[in-house]
Design a binder for this molecule. Structure first.
Ligand SMILES: *Cc1c(COP(=O)(O)O)cnc(C)c1O
Length: 495
C-alpha cells in the first residue's frame, strides 16, 4: 500500500505518511487505493473481538508493518483501557435504530478511539524510518482533544506531550481532567486568552526556526496530534467495521444488507472513516452528516458551495464548533478519483477567499452518498429530553444533534433502513447542558454537584474516569500569558 498527498503525487509508505503527518505543500496523506475486504476476511471479522477486527482492518493499510507489530499496538491501545473491554458497543433503541457508543475510553469522548492508538503508530512509524528523535507533541485544546491526547501519550516511550488550554475557555470538569493528569512526560499549561490565542501560539511555535533548531540539537522534534494525521483516521474505520459485524451477529441485518450511519460532525474525520469503511466493502448506505448551528457542511452538501465567511456560533456541542473541516479535503480527493489539481484549486480558493464551489459531477457523487442536516441548541435540548422520555436513554449534546438530524432525514425521505447513530461523548462530559434539558438550571450549583444530580435524576451511572475527579490532586497549576508559550516549552524540555 502506497500513500500520496491530496495536493501532489508522491510515493510514501504508511510509516512515512504517519511520521510526517502533513505533506510539505499542505496536502493530506491518502492511501493510493482503498483496500477491499475479501469474503473470507468479512467472515473472520464477524466472529472476532474488537482487537482482531482492528488488527485486520489496520493491516489492510499498514502493509509495511507486520501483523505482530500491529497486534502489539492495538493491544496497548484497546486492551484494559475501555469499559468491559468493549471499545465500541452498540446500544439498541429499537429494532432498526442503534447507538454506537464511542465514549467508553479513559476520557469519556470518542477522541480516545484514535488517540489511544496514535502514540503507538507515531513512535513505531518513527522507528521504522530510523528516526530516533524524541517526539514532542504540542496541542492547543478547547477541552476534549487535550485530555484525550494526554491519556494517549502519557508514559509512551520516546514522546513528550505539552497541552495548552484557555484558562477560562474549558468547563470545570475538562479543566480538572487536564490539570490532574498523571505521567512523567506530560506538561499542561493554561493560557490567559481564548482558544484561538492558544492555537495561534502553537502554530507560531511549529514554524519558529530558532526553537526548531534547538529541538534538533537536543534530538527532539515536534509533532501534532490533530485529526489531519492519517494515523488518527485509520483507527476510526475500525468501529464502523465492528458495528457492521455486531449488527450481523445480532440478526439486525443480513450479510449484504445496507445500514445508514448518522455522524455528529466537526472536522469531518469521523464521518470520513465511515466512507472509508464503505469503500472497503462494508455495506454502508447513506452517510448522514449532522452539524450544529455552524452548518457550513450542511450548506456544502446541499449546494456544492463551501463558504466559511459566516458568523461563528459558540454552541452547546462545542466539539463541533468548526468552520473549516480539514478532512473534507480527503473526501474531495476520493470523489474526484484522486484529482490533485482540482483539490489544490479548491483549497487555494478556501485559503484566499474562504469559499469554493465544486463542479456538477463531484456534487452529484457527493449527494448520492451524503445527506446533510443541522440542529440548533434549542432543538438539541428538546431532543435530549424526548429521547430520554421515549427510550430511557440519555444523550450528550453532540449525539443529540445527530438524533435530531436523523429525525429530519426520516421525515424528508421515509428511508427506514436500519441505522446506526454515532455517539461521540458521554452525557456526563457535558453535564451543564444535558441537565438543562431537564430544566434543572441553577447556576449556583458546581459542575461536580450537577454530575451527581444528573445521575440521580436519570438513574444513569457516572463513568468511572469522572468519579472522584473532584478530589484528585491538581498537579499542573501554571498559568501564563500567551506571549510566554515558547519560554514554557523551552523550560519544560530543558533546552
Ligand atoms: C471531535 C468531536 C466531534 C467531531 O468529530 P470530527 O471527526 O471532527 O468530525 C464530535 N463530537 C465530539 C464529542 C467530539 O469530541
Amino acid at each position: 500500500m502506497e500513500f500520496t498527498s491530496t495536493r501532489k503525487k508522491q510515493d510514501l509508505t504508511s510509516a512515512q505518511a504517519i511520521a510526517k503527518g502533513l505533506s510539505t505543500e499542505g496536502g493530506l496523506y491518502m492511501p493510493k487505493d482503498i483496500p477491499l475486504f475479501s469474503k473470507d476476511e468479512i467472515g473472520t471479522l464477524i466472529n472476532s473481538d474488537y482487537i482482531t477486527r482492528a488488527v485486520i482492518t489496520l493491516g489492510k493499510f499498514l502493509t509495511d508493518f507486520t501483523s505482530d507489530e500491529i497486534r502489539n499496538m492495538v493491544i496497548k491501545a484497546y486492551s484494559g483501557n475501555f469499559d468491559n473491554n468493549e471499545p465500541a458497543p452498540l446500544h439498541d433503541l429499537n429494532n432498526s435504530l442503534s447507538v454506537l457508543e464511542l465514549w467508553h475510553g479513559p476520557t469519556c469522548a470518542f477522541k480516545d478511539m484514535a488517540l489511544q492508538l496514535l502514540p503507538h503508530l507515531l513512535t513505531n512509524s518513527a522507528k521504522k524510518i530510523e528516526d530516533d528523535k524524541t517526539i514532542v507533541v504540542l496541542v492547543a485544546t478547547s477541552g476534549d482533544t487535550g485530555k484525550a491526547a494526554l491519556e494517549g501519550f502519557k508514559d509512551v516511550e520516546n514522546t513528550k506531550i505539552i497541552v495548552f488550554y484557555p484558562v477560562d475557555g474549558v468547563s470545570t470538569v475538562q479543566k480538572r481532567q487536564m490539570n490532574t493528569q498523571e505521567g512523567d512526560n506530560v506538561y499542561v499549561c493554561a493560557i490567559e486568552g481564548n482558544f484561538d490565542d492558544a492555537q495561534t501560539g502553537v502554530k507560531n511555535i511549529f514554524s519558529n526556526k530558532e526553537i526548531k533548531e534547538l529541538l534538533n540539537s537536543n534530538n527532539m522534534e515536534f509533532s501534532s496530534a490533530n485529526s489531519i494525521n492519517f494515523g488518527r483516521l485509520v483507527p476510526q474505520i475500525v468501529y464502523y467495521v465492528s458495528a457492521y459485524c455486531d449488527l450481523i451477529k445480532s440478526g439486525k441485518i443480513a450479510l449484504d444488507q445496507t445500514f445508514n450511519v448518522v455522524v455528529p460532525t466537526g472536522n469531518f474525520g469521523n464521518i470520513l472513516a465511515a466512507y472509508f469503511a464503505k469503500k472497503m466493502g462494508i455495506p454502508v448506505g447513506k452517510l448522514i452528516c449532522a452539524s450544529n448551528q455552524n452548518k457550513v457542511l450542511t450548506d456544502f452538501i446541499n449546494t456544492g458551495e463551501y463558504n466559511r465567511n459566516r458568523e461563528f456560533f459558540t454552541t452547546s456541542s462545542p466539539s463541533m464548533d468548526i468552520l473549516i473541516s480539514s478532512n473534507l479535503e480527503r473526501l474531495l480527493f476520493m470523489l474526484t478519483d484522486g484529482n490533485e489539481e482540482a483539490v489544490c484549486q479548491w483549497m487555494h480558493s478556501l485559503n484566499n477567499e474562504g469559499i469554493y464551489k465544486i463542479d456538477e459531477n463531484t456534487m452529484k457523487k457527493l449527494q448520492s452518498e451524503f445527506f446533510g442536516g443541522y440542529c440548533d441548541d434549542i432543538a438539541t435540548k428538546k431532543v435530549i429530553k424526548e429521547t430520554f422520555d421515549k427510550y430511557n436513554y440519555l444523550l450528550d449534546t453532540h449525539t443529540a444533534v445527530a438524533v435530531k438530524v436523523y429525525e429530519d432525514y426520516i421525515k424528508e425521505t421515509n428511508d427506514n433502513t436500519t441505522t446506526v447513530i454515532v455517539s461521540t461523548a458521554s452525557p456526563y462530559k457535558f453535564t451543564n447542558d444535558v441537565l438543562d434539558a431537564f430544566d434543572e438550571t441553577d447556576s449556583n450549583i458546581s459542575e461536580f454537584d450537577k454530575v451527581k444530580m444528573l445521575s440521580e435524576k436519570t438513574n444513569t451511572k457516572i463513568p468511572d474516569p469522572l468519579i472522584g475527579l473532584q478530589n484528585k490532586e491538581v498537579l499542573h497549576k501554571t498559568v501564563i500569558k500567551k506571549t510566554q508559550m515558547d519560554e514554557f516549552i523551552k523550560s519544560v524540555l530543558g533546552i
